[in-house]
Ligand binder design. Structure first.
Ligand code: ZN
Length: 165
C-alpha cells in the first residue's frame, strides 16, 4: 500500500467515524470556528488541568477534510500542554502550507495524513480551521473566567460608590 493511499484511508476513516465528537459539559474553554470558503463550522469544548488539555470534544458539520482534521487534532492534543500544542500547530501549519512541509510530517504521527491537502490550496483552510479554533479556545482560557470581587460588605461598597460621585 502506498503512503498516499494510507493517508487517504486515515482521512476517510476519521471522517466516517470522528473521534471525540460531541460536547463537554462544564467545559473550561470553548470556541467556535467557521470557514466561509467551504461552509465548515465547528465548536470545540475543552477541559483543562493547569497547562494541559485534559479532555476535548468537537462538534459541527463540514467537509470530509475539516471533520477528519478536527478528529485527528483532538486525538493529538489530548493530554498535551500548551507549549507542546503550539509546537504541533506550527508543524501542522508547515505541513499544510510549505512546499517542503512533508519534512514536518515525520514527527506528526497520524496528523501527517493531512499532507495531501497541500496539493489543494483551497482546502488548506478546511484542515487548519480546527487548529485556529483551538488557539482561540486556549487564548480565551488564558484570562480568568470568573472575576473575583473584593470581599467587602455591601454598605462599604455603597460608600465607595457615593464617594466617587
Ligand atoms: Zn471544508
Amino acid at each position: 500500500m502506498e503512503l498516499k493511499d494510507l493517508y487517504r484511508d486515515v482521512i476517510l476513516d476519521h471522517n466516517r467515524v470522528p473521534r471525540n465528537f460531541g460536547r463537554l459539559d462544564a467545559a473550561d474553554a470553548h470556541a467556535e470556528g467557521h470557514n466561509p470558503l467551504c461552509g465548515d463550522r465547528l465548536t470545540l469544548t475543552l477541559k483543562l488541568a493547569g497547562e494541559r488539555i485534559e479532555d476535548i470534544r468537537f462538534e459541527g458539520h463540514g467537509c470530509a477534510i475539516s471533520t477528519a482534521s478536527a478528529s485527528l487534532m483532538t486525538e493529538a492534543v489530548k493530554g498535551k500542554d500548551r507549549a507542546t500544542i503550539r509546537g504541533l500547530f506550527d508543524r501542522v501549519h508547515a505541513l499544510l502550507t510549505e512546499p517542503g512541509g512533508g519534512a514536518a510530517g515525520a514527527e506528526l504521527g497520524k496528523l501527517a495524513a493531512l499532507s495531501g491537502v497541500r496539493e489543494f490550496p483551497a482546502r488548506v483552510k478546511c484542515a487548519s480551521l480546527c487548529w485556529h479554533t483551538l488557539n482561540a479556545a486556549l487564548a480565551s482560557s488564558a484570562t480568568p473566567v470568573t472575576t473575583e470581587l473584593p470581599d467587602e460588605a455591601p454598605s462599604a461598597l455603597g460608600e465607595r460608590l457615593t464617594e466617587k460621585r
